[in-house]
Ligand binder design. Structure first.
Ligand code: G4P
Length: 192
């Protein structure tokens, strides 16, 4: 998506060869108009997949996921990272390990909002190692729902996330695919 690539080139900063900082429009400050365009773009791409729910992982996935859900006319579900503070039998939970942050967390989804009739679109801001998306897929499968696709804003194509998800048979649709990061350089894989 040209608009997102231009934004990344204008405001993104590679803080090392692995991490791209996009705090001014994705992770800290959020640009509503850009998110609206992103949501409409994802909705256009996935329009024939009979999506019934959009699922994201808190927190930075929420803005683009909400805009996608709005454009598709379906609800959005936020997967939580905090373990439940009250005893609750109505939850699916799975442990996700983040290699980027060196931490693990318990990804949690209520049993009340997804069932076997749902076709779920997963939306997230970054795809690095694919662990968060794989955890989301596990939860969706616990509910016997179908994963209809995965939409990513920024894919770091030099990390193994896409391959891991494609090997499981999922379509990964990324708006910006980063081939490499260097001091003062951000290189994209050209759009097909
Ligand atoms: P993975 O799911 O693909 O395996 O990614 P990983 O666990 O390694 O990433 C963990 C967190 O780090 C995620 O945010 C992800 O969005 C973020 N992240 C990964 N690579 C980058 C990067 O190059 N730049 C930025 N800005 N973030 C990156 P999170 O912990 O879920 O935080 P949140 O922002 O959604 O709250």
């Amino acid at each position: 998506m040209k608009l997102l690539e231009e934004k990344i080139l204008a405001e993104g900063r590679a803080i090392n060869e692995d991490i791209l900082k996009v705090d001014s429009f994705v992770n800290h400050q959020v640009e509503p108009l850009l998110m609206k365009e992103i949501g409409e773009h994802f909705a256009g791409h996935f329009k024939d997949r009979h999506i019934t729910k959009v699922v994201t992982i808190e927190s930075s996935g929420i803005a683009p996921a909400l805009m996608t859900a709005l454009a598709l006319g379906v609800p959005m579900i936020i997967l939580k990272k905090e373990p439940s503070k009250v005893l609750n039998d109505d939850l699916y939970q799975t442990v996700v390990t983040s290699f980027t942050k060196g931490t693990s967390y318990e990804l949690t989804m209520s049993r009340n909002f997804i069932n076997e009739n749902d076709h779920v679109l997963i939306i997230d801001d970054f795809l690095a190692n694919g662990e968060a998306a794989t955890g989301a897929i596990r939860l969706i499968r616990f509910a016997h729902a179908t994963v209809a696709g995965i939409g990513i804003l920024i894919e770091k194509s030099f990390q193994p996330g896409r391959q891991k998800l494609e090997e499981q048979g999922f379509e990964v649709y990324s708006l910006a695919r980063i081939a490499g990061l260097g001091k003062d350089t951000i290189e994209f894989i050209p759009e097909e």
